[in-house]
Design a protein around this ligand. Structure first.
Ligand code: FES
Ligand code: FES
Length: 159
């Protein structure tokens, strides 16, 4: 099967019902998306398909012919993080980091359809994604920062 991931076409020799998450991690060595529950209940595996955030653990690759998959690796690199990734770094939004790639991709989908979301819109959008470390407030602040909603004073105070 052909898969387009982060703007590159890949020929993947996997069964059509293989979950996208396994293909990303085991075939393409894109390990940002994580296996948490495998049941669509935690969001650790979240990536984007076209403009939608999806649970890659529940998305068989047979649905992806001709579609664009974007993973956290597609937004930037450790040397050159994208704006949203940089905002997560600036707000120190990660504790263990297990949920963070999924959070970033869920937030990326939100910011693509709503460049200036309110706090309650951010909270609602993130509902499918869980953080067992409880860094939700820092994650929300990172998304607000990326959306340009945090004031200079708040940024300077590190709040
Ligand atoms: S691993 Fe996909 S939602 Fe939990
Ligand atoms: S930072 Fe540990 S699960 Fe979110």
């Amino acid at each position: 099967m052909k898969l387009n991931v982060n703007g590159r076409d890949h020929d993947v020799d996997a069964e059509p019902d293989t979950p996208l998450l396994y293909v990303l991690r085991d075939y393409l060595e894109l390990n940002g998306a994580k296996f948490g529950c495998g049941l669509g209940q935690c969001g650790a595996c979240t990536v984007m398909v076209d403009d939608q955030a999806v649970f890659s653990c529940l998305t068989p690759i047979l649905l992806l012919e001709g579609r664009r998959v974007t993973t956290v690796e597609g937004l930037g690199s450790p040397e050159k993080p994208g704006a949203l990734q940089q905002a997560f770094i600036d707000e120190q939004a990660a504790q263990c980091g297990y949920c963070i790639a999924g959070m970033i991709m869920r937030a990326h989908a939100l910011l693509q359809r709503n460049a200036s979301p309110s706090r309650s819109e951010i909270v609602t959008a993130l509902e499918p994604n869980l953080c067992r470390c409880g860094t939700h407030m820092r994650i929300i602040r990172a998304i607000e920062r990326a959306a340009g909603k945090r004031t200079a004073a708040a940024k300077e105070a590190g709040r």
